[in-house]
Design a protein around this ligand. Sequence first.
Ligand code: FRU
Length: 496
Amino acid sequence: MLLISTEAMGQKANFIKDEVYRPQIHFTPKAHWINDPNGMVYNNGTYHLFFQHHPYSSIWGPMHWGHATSKDLIHWKEQPIALYPDSLGTIFSGSAVLDKNNTSGFGKNGQAPLVAIFTHHNGKAEKAGRNDFQNQSLAYSNDEGKTWVKFSGNPVLKNPGITDFRDPKVMWYEPQKKWIMTLAAKDRIAFYSSKNLKSWIKESDFGAEAGAHGGVWECPDLFTLDDNGKKVWVLIVSINPGGPNKGSATQYFIGNFNGKTFTSSHTDTRWIDYGPDNYAGITWSNTGNRKIFLGWMSNWLYANVVPTETWRNAMTIPRELKLKHVGNNLLIASETVAELTKIQSKPIIISNVKVNNSIDLSASIGKLKFPCRINLSLEEIKDFSLIVSNDKGEELIIGFDKKGNQYFIDRTKSGKTDFQKEFAGRHVAPRFTDNKKMNVSILIDVSSVELFADDGLTVMTAIFFPNKPYNKIRIHTPEKAAIKKLEYISLKSLQK
Ligand code: FRU
C-alpha cells in the first residue's frame, strides 16, 4: 500500500498553490530561493545566467551561484549549481568574462577560459565583528561554463576595511588593454584595474556626492552605449533602500570613463526602472554592440515573504538598452529583447477605440489569457487606466495621470498584499517626453507586469498575487478619449 505522509501532502499542496503564481515567460528556479542575476556572459551561441541561489530553502541564506543557459534569452534551461560556498565564505554577486587573450593563464589547449569574478562573503568574520569579511575571488571554466574551478590564490582583491565591499563587474578596457573592475564600496563605486584578473590596482572612487544615497550601493555595471556612432559611458548602480518607490531600485549615470575615473554629465538622479520590482540588474558581457540587461524582479522589502514557498522570486524580461535624446538630456530607454516576438501570437488589433468613461475589452479580445502583451497608442495625452481584475473584485491598475505627468501601477487591491505592510500601494514614474502622442506597451505574466512607455523612456516593473487569476480587462478614462490603436498579443507559456 502506498502511504503518503501528511508532510509530503502539505508540500504537494504548496507546490500546486505556488504554481499558480509561477511566471510563464520569466526565469524562475525549479525550486527555492533566488536573487541577483550574476556572471552573465554570452559565449559560443549560449547566454549564461548565473544567479544568487539558496538551493535548500526559499528564504535567503548561504549563497551559491545557480546556473541557467539559453540560446535566445527566452527559453532557459536550469543547469547544475556552478559555485558552492567554501572556507573563504559564501558566494555573493559578481560577473563573468570570456578571457579571449588568456590574460589569466587559466585557459587550456589554446581555448579562452570563462572567468567568474565574485565576492566571497565570510559570515563567521562578520559575526566576529570584523569589517573585512567581503573579498573578491575568481573561478574559471574550460568547458563552456559546465564546471568551475576556484582559483588557488583567492581572494584576489582583499578588503581594505569596508563593511560593504562587493559585487565586482569586470569589463575589458581596450584603449589601455586592461580589465576594469567596478565594485560597490558602501556608499560609492570603486574602480580597479588589472592586466591578468589576478592582481588589482585601485584607480578611483565615484559617487560619494552623486546620485541617490538612501541606502547602500550594490551591483554596479559599467559599459558603453551607442549615441549616433559615438560611444557614451553608462554606470549602473543599485541601491537598497532608497528607491523612488521605496526599497530597492537601480539608478544610472551617463558620463565618461577614461580608464581611471568616471565623471557624470548630469546632477539629477535617474532610475532605469521606476517600479518597485527591478533590482540588481546588470548587462551580459561579450554581446558586441548589443547591451542586454536583466534584473531581479523583487524588492528586499518583501522578497523573503512573498506568498510562494516552493520557489521564490524571478528575473525580469531581458531588455535591450539604448540611448535617446530628450530635449537636452541623453536618457536610457529599455525595450524587451527582440527574441520575445518568437513566442508572440498574431496580434488582435482594435483601431480607433472610443472610450466614454469605461470600455470592457473582453468582448473584443476574447478570454483574457496570461502571459500577454497589450500595446496602446494614443494621439492625444489623456488620463487613462487599464484595469485587469477577477471575480473577487481584485484589480491591478496600470495608467497615466496627466496632471501629475506620471505613469502609475496601482496594486493596492491586487489580491494578497498583507504579507508586508508596504507591498500594497500605488507606484508612480515620471513621463520624460512632451511628445503629443503616447505609446505604452504592457507585458503581463501571471504575477508580474512590466510597463514600457514612450518607446521605453519610462519603465515600471511590479509583481502581484491575486487570490484568483485575473480574467477581465477594461479601460477607464475620466473624460472621453480615443485610443488610436490597441493590440492584444497572447504569448506562449514556457512552463507547459
Ligand atoms: C543585492 C545583494 C548583493 C549581494 C547579494 C547577496 O541584492 O545584496 O549586494 O552580493 O545580494 O545575496
